[in-house]
Structure formats: structure tokens, C-alpha cells
Design a protein around this ligand. Structure first.
Ligand code: PLP
Length: 396
């Protein structure tokens, strides 16, 4: 038997376990402290009532002989794919519902998409800092990973380097961890670069619902020419609070073809072989997200998170701390004050202000000296946390 030796090359992700250990130690030593967590990437508001009602009604159908649903279509029920198609039409992207594949979340699809590419055979561009799933899945597949430097100079939005070869390119906008968002013109440069090289863009739009600026693109398919060079991943997790309910979707345009193979047909073959679809009640719940009441409720929840992001950004501005993100994203990426490392600031903030954030170095080497704050918390707690942080920064 031969194991996948690539697993030996994976770096252990100590980030969240180290944070948890240090927070536990702080709690044990300071049981009375009002600890505020601004490090989590999980939502905190519950599912909208209209979504719960659709979910519950579909569960009841499963208990009635006349309405029972067994195996569904692997690529998703038509009612949900049609609702997703209409959502795209809302920002001017006309997709056939057949190009949309429903799944149990973006993370699975981001990992599974590598089944379409020869293991070890590709050069993959991945931004640094980054959502760690892109790196780890490519290391598991034995691909050659080349990091794209995202830094303060380029606003944490790396652009193509004409001298760099690439087969696959990961882009995430609005970005996790930085909250930075590509403009239409910047994405057009990536589309042109990918088309010139025959490369494929893997575009992660998990945070598109957080865009407030109408000039910013929600989808890579808003860029002319993207259908011949891009696959897009999206999720109900942050849009509608589905982190624990699980539903997402991937768009593989039928125009996307390499060496006589259509990637949409390959993905359909892959999904029908290895996946049996998302449960009927979850798909009914997801479809309810796109109803007028569902959209209004999701917008209300996102407005709460945006309110938190504004509190965070205003506080950082008031003490002159450089930051990006927040306006069109639930993440704010700040420069650590003083000369210390990301972990030094993590420990200072925890010990002196009882506030937990995420050290930027956990997302890649370019994250060193930066820190991620999330806007998914309680508004009152966010205000208290930022008041303490401003006070602390004033003393550094
Ligand atoms: N993509 C990005 C950039 C994320 O931050 C996350 C989750 O945090 C995901 C994808 C995963 O989404 P899902 O919950 O749909 O698996």
C-alpha cells in the first residue's frame, strides 16, 4: 500500500488551536474578565424565520408518503438552481441553470475541484495571506504552489505578473482574511492573463453578499471573457447564516473547455460519481433565502455585521492605525501597532484588553505584522472591545 506522501509536507495548522489554548489559559487566570472574541470567522445571528419555516416545512414533507423525497439530482433541485440563476441575473450575469451545481458548501467544492486536474501536474498561484484551504488542498495534490505577494503596497490585491507561468489561479474577493476587494478593472487584468495562458481562475465569492459599493463586482462572470477561463464558488454560509446548515454552489460555465474536454461535463461526472446531493430540506431552506422576505432578512443581518465593521474601522481610524476591509466585507485587516509581531499583539490585546483577534501571520508570511478582526460578533461587545483596543493602542 502506498500512502499519499504529500500529507507529510502539510504544515500543521496550529493557528486556531494555539489561539484556543492561550484563550483558555487567560480565562483560567482571569475568570471574571469580560472576554470578547473578534477572531471567529463564524456568523452569530440565527437563520431568518422565513428560512427556518421553509426548512421545517420540508422536513415535515419528508415524513409524509405523498411528499417524501428520496435521492435528488446530484447537482441540485431545479427550484434552487433557478433561484441562484435569478440571483446572478440580478447583477447582470446571465447563466444557464445547468452551469450551477449545488453542494454542501464552498469548502468541499474548493477542495474537490482539484479532481479535474492531473495531480502534481500544475502550477498554482495562490495569494499570501490566504484562506488556508487553497494551499492545503494543493499540497495534498502535490501541485507546485507559487505565492502571489499581497501586501500594503498593492492594497493586499495582487495583480498578474506577465513573467509568471500559471495553470490555476485562486482569487478571493471580498477577501478572507484581508477584506480587500478587487475592482472590475483589476479582475479584467486577471481574466486577460488567464486567457492568454490558458490558465483557469478559481474565484471564491463566499463574501459577495457583503458588497455595498455598487461598482464592485459580485461575480467573476461580470467580467467579459471570464466564462472561458473561470470557475466560481459561492456559499450560503455568510450570506444567510448557513455555516451549521451547509449549502453552497459552484458555477462551471459550459464555455470552459481545455484540450477538447468541457470542465462542466467533467464536474458533472465527478459530482454524479462521488456526491449524492444536498438534502431536500436544506435546499428548500436555501431557496427561501432568495425569496423577497429571505433577502430582506439576510440584508438586515448583514447590516448588523456592517455596523460592527464600521465601529471597528472608525476606532482604528481614530487612533491612526492602517487598515483595509470592513466596508464591503466582514473582515478588517489592521497593521499591528508598535514594532512587535502579530502574535505579540495578540498576546498584548488578550492580556490587557481581554479581546481575541487572529494573528495575521497565521494566514501566510505576508500576514506577519498584521491582525484580522471580524465583524460577526455582538454589536455592544464589538463597541466595548474597540474602546478597550483604542485605549490600549494609546498606551503603546
Ligand atoms: N471560502 C472562504 C474564503 C471562506 O472564508 C470560507 C469559510 O470561512 C469558505 C470558503 C467556506 O465556506 P462554506 O461554509 O460554504 O464551506
Amino acid at each position: 500500500m502506498q500512502l499519499n506522501e504529500q500529507y507529510r509536507t502539510l504544515s500543521q495548522s496550529y493557528l486556531f488551536s494555539t489561539i484556543a489554548r492561550e484563550v483558555d489559559a487567560f480565562r483560567a487566570a482571569n475568570p471574571q474578565a469580560d472576554l470578547i472574541r473578534m477572531g471567529i470567522g463564524d456568523v452569530t445571528l440565527p437563520l431568518p424565520a422565513v428560512v427556518v419555516d421553509a426548512f421545517a416545512a420540508a422536513v415535515r414533507e419528508q415524513g409524509e408518503a405523498a411528499h417524501f423525497h428520496g435521492y435528488g439530482p446530484e447537482q441540485g433541485y431545479d427550484f434552487l438552481r433557478e433561484a441562484i440563476r435569478a440571483h446572478y441575473a440580478g447583477f447582470g450575469v446571465d447563466l444557464p441553470a445547468d452551469d450551477i451545481f449545488v453542494s454542501d458548501g464552498a469548502k468541499s467544492d474548493i477542495g474537490n475541484i482539484l479532481d479535474l486536474f492531473a495531480p502534481g501536474g500544475n502550477t498554482v498561484l495562490i495569494p499570501d495571506p490566504v484562506y488556508p484551504v487553497y494551499c492545503d488542498t494543493n499540497h495534498m495534490a502535490g501541485n507546485r504552489v507559487v505565492f502571489l505577494d499581497a501586501n500594503r503596497e498593492n492594497g493586499f490585491l495582487p495583480l498578474p505578473d506577465e513573467g509568471q507561468d500559471a495553470d490555476l489561479i485562486y482569487l478571493c474577493s471580498p477577501n478572507n482574511p484581508t477584506g480587500a476587494v478587487y475592482s472590475r478593472d483589476q479582475l479584467a487584468l486577471w481574466v486577460a492573463y488567464a486567457r492568454k495562458r490558458g490558465a483557469i481562475l478559481l474565484f471564491d465569492a463566499a463574501y459577495e453578499a457583503f458588497l455595498q459599493d455598487d461598482t464592485l463586482p459580485h461575480s467573476i462572470f461580470e467580467i467579459p471573457g471570464a466564462r472561458e477561463c473561470a470557475i466560481e464558488f459561492c456559499s450560503f454560509s455568510k450570506t444567510a447564516g448557513f455555516t451549521g446548515t451547509r449549502c453552497g454552489y459552484t458555477v462551471v460555465p459550459h464555455e470552459l473547455e481545455r484540450d477538447g474536454l468541457r470542465l462542466r461535463e467533467m464536474w458533472l461526472r465527478r459530482q454524479t460519481t462521488k456526491f449524492n446531493g444536498v438534502s431536500y430540506p436544506v435546499q428548500r431552506a436555501a431557496a427561501a433565502v432568495f425569496s423577497p422576505e429571505g433577502m430582506a432578512a439576510c440584508r438586515e443581518n448583514i447590516a448588523v455585521y456592517h455596523g460592527n465593521a464600521t465601529v471597528i474601522c472608525d476606532a482604528l481610524r481614530s487612533c491612526g492605525v492602517w487598515h483595509v476591509g470592513g466596508e464591503n466585507s466582514p473582515y478588517v485587516w489592521m497593521k499591528c501597532p508598535g514594532e512587535g509581531s502579530s502574535w505579540d499583539f495578540f498576546r498584548l490585546l488578550l492580556s490587557r484588553a481581554a479581546v481575541v483577534g487572529t494573528p495575521g501571520s497565521g494566514f501566510g508570511k505576508n500576514g506577519e505584522g498584521y491582525f484580522r478582526l471580524t465583524a460577526f460578533g455582538d454589536p455592544e461587545a464589538t463597541r466595548r472591545a474597540m474602546a478597550r483596543m483604542v485605549d490600549l493602542i494609546g498606551k503603546i
